[in-house]
Write a protein that binds this ligand. Structure first.
Ligand code: ACK
Length: 264
């Protein structure tokens, strides 16, 4: 089996066994840190992990969002194409979500780097250039991860290459459940004033009616496929969001990229 049902209720982890090394990145209110965890796995002394937490100045609603994300991750059994929850520290602030560290970062940057490499033939961040076989493997990994997520009755709602992380062995893992909600909860959510919506990845019904379903995740997957084939181009290039929405409503869809095989 690609996954095993592991109990996720006993993953509280002692904060003092984490040694923060550096920041991997940050958003408006959250940040991701690289840390060494001691005693996380049996046998090995320290494990490199990523710690998702809040930045100074984050508010109560940001904290509630982070805890919601953790609660959702706790419900998901492990799958090799979904970033795995290793533990959490929530007994005091700031809350920590501890996940597997994916050494190659996000898929969008990795695709872009491989495009620059093709152009310039010399070094990129990862020293890799992707063949079409590699690209198909990325697409398959994300499809497997998303099929699993939907089988667990979860909706991701923010699937995009930037939210897929790549492991050392080049396996793609779906990440960032920041916007994810359980299907059993509300299907329709209030548009939040903070933060722009990921318009270019959103299904028409999500943009127009705030409707999010597994089917709208499939739409986002289609846009992600387009990102893979174009090596990380911005969807609907040269179109403003309002124009994109008008055109989508009259039936427009992005054309097949030049180098994309007919079947794909
Ligand atoms: O491309 P990156 O290095 O990959 O920059 C972003 C940044 O943090 C903000 O999200 C990185 N990141 C997030 N989660 C992880 C993780 N589990 N392993 C490694 N890097 C991560 C992400």
């Amino acid at each position: 089996a690609a996954y095993a049902n592991t109990p996720t209720t006993h993953k509280a982890f002692p904060r003092d066994q984490l040694n923060i090394i550096k920041e991997l990145g940050h958003g408006a209110f959250g940040q991701v840190l690289l840390a060494e965890a001691s005693g996380m796995t049996q046998g090995s002394k320290v494990t490199l992990v990523a710690v998702k937490t809040l930045k100074d100045g984050a508010g109560q609603s940001d904290k509630a969002d982070l805890i919601r994300e953790l609660d959702l991750m706790k419900k998901l059994p492990d799958h090799c194409n979904v970033v795995r929850l290793l533990g959490f520290c929530v007994e005091e602030d700031p809350p920590y979500i501890i996940v597997e560290y994916q050494s190659r970062g996000n898929l969008k940057d990795l695709l872009e780097d491989s495009r620059n490499k093709r152009r310039r033939v010399y070094g990129n961040r990862h020293g890799l250039s992707n063949t079409s076989k590699d690209l198909m493997k990325f697409a398959k990994d994300v499809a497997d991860g998303m099929a699993f997520i939907s089988s667990q009755r979860c909706i991701h709602r923010d699937l995009a290459a930037r939210n897929v992380l790549v492991a050392e062995d080049m396996t793609c893992k779906v990440s960032d459940f920041g916007l994810a909600r359980d299907v059993m909860d509300v299907r329709v959510y209030e548009r939040r004033s903070q933060g722009p919506l990921p318009m270019r990845w959103m299904a028409l019904e999500s943009i127009l009616n705030d409707v999010y379903t597994t089917e709208s995740d499939v739409w986002s997957y289609g846009v992600l496929l387009w990102e893979i084939v174009t090596l990380g181009a911005r969807p609907y290039p040269a179109m403003a969001p309002s124009e994109m929405i008008d055109k989508l409503q009259s039936g427009y869809r992005m054309p097949k990229p030049q180098h994309c095989q007919e079947e794909l």
